[in-house]
Design a protein around this ligand. Sequence first.
Ligand code: F6R
Length: 347
Amino acid sequence: MATKIEKLVADYDHQNFLRWLEEFPDQVEKACRLGQNINEAPAPPAGLVVGGMGGSGISGDLVASYCRNDAEIPVYTVRDYNLPAWVDSSFLFTAVSYSGNTEETLSLYQQAVERGCGLLVVSGGGQLIDRADEAGHPVIKIPSGQPPRASAPYLFIPLLYLLDKMGCCHGPSENDLGETLKHLGNIVEELAPGKEANFAFELVRKVYDKIPVIYGSAGMTGTLALRLKNQFNENAKMIALANELPELNHNEIMGWQQMAESPENYIALFLRDSGEHERIKKRFSISGEILSSSVAGIETMRSRGDSLFCRMMTLMLISDYTSYYAALLRHKDPSAIENIEALKKKL
Ligand code: F6R
């Protein structure tokens, strides 16, 4: 007999978004192989600037947070039409757009060409690849046909290997990858719709009819908090807030007084990782005490494994299941993004 969750999948996942979660481990492995196959790395630039929007733009933040304790050059994300004035020919500009047709990213790419930056394109097709091919700029071509937000591994992992090959940072090792694939495989099994007692689904039952307030800490979990907010927005069609410690202790913590007027409307999600600074651990604990009267509950999601790569990818996949199940509980098709498409058409 079908489980309650399988029935929701059958009723609302009209375009089989579930397959992107099930194939996530495979995508991670393929993305690593794409990165390993980069055979010509440029000389180390002054910095890496990643230009992109939405599910593509977050790849710049993912690279930056992966490398932040290791990279010898700055990694900076631009989500806009214009490059900052300081981006000059000493920088490597990487245009990341899954569709290859996002106008902000095309504008940045054009500016980077005009400024004589080193250039690289990560894309599944579209105008970006046409322009790069015409100009002879290197392209990391990723498989097309999936939603950009379900393609994060393809969109950022190859850049870790590129940075490694340029001598700017250590990309994932084969051991890291092995550990990661093992943990990701377990998560896919544990969180499958056929598993009635499924911790992501149980967690989401407390979340889907409230405003999730998602907190990580500066770096990896902070970036994943923003990504999870975006996944709740796009997959589950719900509003969500994201912020990171320690910064939120200096401002947003005061806004909790407004939330305390209707705590039943909010639920906190803490993204936790074994690599946290000792003071961040303490801040999570004290913040939780103060926050508890402003929210209906505080839930915790934890990364798994030893290597940073594994911890990052496991928390990403657990987050993705969470937003997917939120969509189903809200009776939404997780693949549909009507407002985004309507706006792009009207532009
Ligand atoms: C859709 C999604 C969006 C897109 C964004 C930019 O799944 O995640 O946030 O990523 O609209 O489009 P691309 O990625 O094609 O440049």
